[in-house]
Design a protein. Sequence first.
Length: 445
Amino acid sequence: MQLRIRMLLSVFAICSALTCCASQAQEQVDFDTYFQDQALRFEFFLFGKKSESKVVQGPVVQESSWPGPRKQLVFPFPYGKNAVRVYDQASDKLIYSYGFDTLLSEYATTPPAAQGKWRSVPISVRIPKPKARFRIEILERLKDNRWATLWSEEIKTSDRGILRESADQRGAVFELHKTGEPKDRLDLVFLAEGYTASEQEKFQADAQRMTQFMFEHEPFRKHRARMNVVGVFRDSYESGVDEPDKRVYRNSALNASFNSLGIDRYLLTEDGHALKRYAAQVPYDTIVVLVNSKRYGGGAICLDYCVTTVDDPRSEAVFLHEFAHSLAYLADEYIGAVTYSDLYPEGVEPVEPNITRELDRENIKWRPLLSQEVPLPTPKDFSGQSQGQAPVVGAFEGGGYLRTGMYRPQRSCAMGDGLEPFQFCVVCQEAIERMIEYYAPSQSE
Ligand SMILES: [Zn+2]
């Protein structure tokens, strides 16, 4: 029941806990030496229960271009409960990696998983297409931080089994913000979910409203020239999405549903195959699903995609909060009323950039941003040498749903209770900026 209680108390969906990890080799890889300007999308089924998971491979699809990073091909962040790694077969050199989460790691903490019930999660993983024969691996992070290889395959790039069909172009595409080539930009795609054919204009207006809200807030405002934003509309047969707790069921394009994992406001689209086929119509780095609903809700699978409704008064704030989870692996900074020791195990430093258990000022992860002479932990009412408007950066107790033993950088943040007015703390802003830099390196501008 712990997960259920936590989710009910939390305002939004979560990135589950991570443990620290040894960072991967940082030697950089030259894109043109090893890759073609194409993407390969691998469809998998993950099967899991508590403490056990499996990967089964589905189709491999070639996409027209690789819009993702070309400079930092080995993932520079410690994020993700799973990872994909690609090795050049001849040299055994690691040439690409990326971390990601799936719904399965959350499911693994639920009572049915503990009772031994398996469930499957369809996921899609994209990599740039290597020039030569390669090995691809899917890994899983274990509790003690070691990585376990769940699946590994050698692949010949000329393999006729790689599907070279055209992407489905049936959707209507709206360019909302265009600043450059997708390979040099962070490309956000909004996908329409639960809009009927007659609601196309509404989707366009909703996507415009979300885009505007994003660019009104830092750090997106100052980096707007490094982003492209596009909307793709496909009509749903019925308006709205499933709300099983109300016995409401709708036939929608992506089968999104409230009550994911049995939690009221947890809204996800669990079909990772359909999601990525839909998005493949345009070049994208990150997906936001806009759900045509008045109900309050949203969700994020970190480093994969996020979902939000559009017609609740708080929908814009929910969108940007969820997007910060899925884009930059930020943790929730708010506090649940109970302790969830299974989520952030005691004595383990979470890898999320905006919460910490560390109170040593030399080692705290946001050390360069600490206010001068700020005590750690930082008392709630500490005003220190705050020069006018600059809010104190320290270590305020409470974060990651925990009341004690976990610390957040500033008193208020949009990943916590700082939704009105909406503002990310400086640590969250910097984490988002690092992710923008990953997708859209500044020298490309
Ligand atoms: Zn923050």
